[in-house]
Design a protein around this ligand. Sequence first.
Ligand code: PLP
Length: 386
Amino acid sequence: MIPYGRQTISEADIQAVVDVLRSDFLTQGPAVHGFENSVANYCGVQYALAVNSATSALHIACLALGVGKGDSVWTSPITFVASANCALYCGASVDFVDIDPHTYNMSVACMADKLAQAEKTGCLPKVVIPVHLCGQSCDMEAIHRLSEQYGFKIIEDASHAIGGKYRGEPIGNCRYSDITVFSFHPVKIITTGEGGMTLTNDAGLARSMQLLRSHGITREINQMTHEPDGPWYYQQIDLGFNYRLTDLQAALGLSQMQRLDEFVAIRHTLAKRYDEMLSDLPMVIPSQHSDNYSAFHLYIIRLKSEQIGKTHRDVFEALRAAGIGVNLHYIPVYLQPYYQSLGFKAGYCSEAERYYAEAISLPMFPALTAAEQDQVVNALRRAVSA
Ligand SMILES: *Cc1c(COP(=O)(O)O)cnc(C)c1O
């Protein structure tokens, strides 16, 4: 089976992890700082904090922004459940903004309408979490303008998007947001096994998230309520978690950073090749807005079902049967039973549901060979022809 995504691990990556194994620190050593500095420099952001997943990063980002009971957080329905769950962890409620029919990102027009409505009913969001689907940035300048008009904060869920650019600048610089979050799960652009990072230019938010990452404990005298009892002393001043990344993982991440641009360039070459080979088939290929240089985490096609004598499911099953590990990113979050139990109804975001009925993620990862890509396209060609 050709998977839809997989990691690329070099001998240098392996050596970097082995070096940590032979060192004094398996966690909370120098590798975490090295990795954080590397990502911060790459993105041109002030603060970068490594954590054990993007899910953890989203959680502490919401907490640092003060999300709690009675607050509302908005995100896209076409995302991994973690983008929405983070608000529920904080006791807040979640709502969804329908997607743009071309980029499949949160639609700015829908968001503007929904904000105008919410203002009338007094239920504006505290935080909005735009998700850069496939690694293509949302229209962050427009979302930022809305945030100034309506007074909400912004967390970019850039789990797909490290290495991508918006208007020529790296995603993660937080120019149009309060916090940006990356994931380093093995299918993502670079990996640490499990892992994530939260980025910000705000010293206060960075301090809060640093505390929340490790039990709410500080060893800095200027954060304590009184002089230390002695050299052993630390204080717990907030209710935090153990969301730390290990040095083993950080060393892998730092080593992977050396090839980030190369990984994304290969993804673009693969995408271009798919674009060309699929152009005569009854499907929509990924649309790229001219503001964006996508990280191309995913290559998603949409079937033109009315031109194909088979259902979406038939095509999907035929591809799987042919050894192509296609996937579907994503099931609209509010259609999940857990969200249905919160009161969301089918039909809530019509564009997202139309997308869900047609989308298929094709294999996309740097080690995908031209021969494998031909195999994917041939299987797809057979699957859509009657
Ligand atoms: C992968 C992913 C996450 C969660 O990342 P983890 O590091 O696995 O916790 C969150 N949001 C999106 C959009 C993702 O793709």
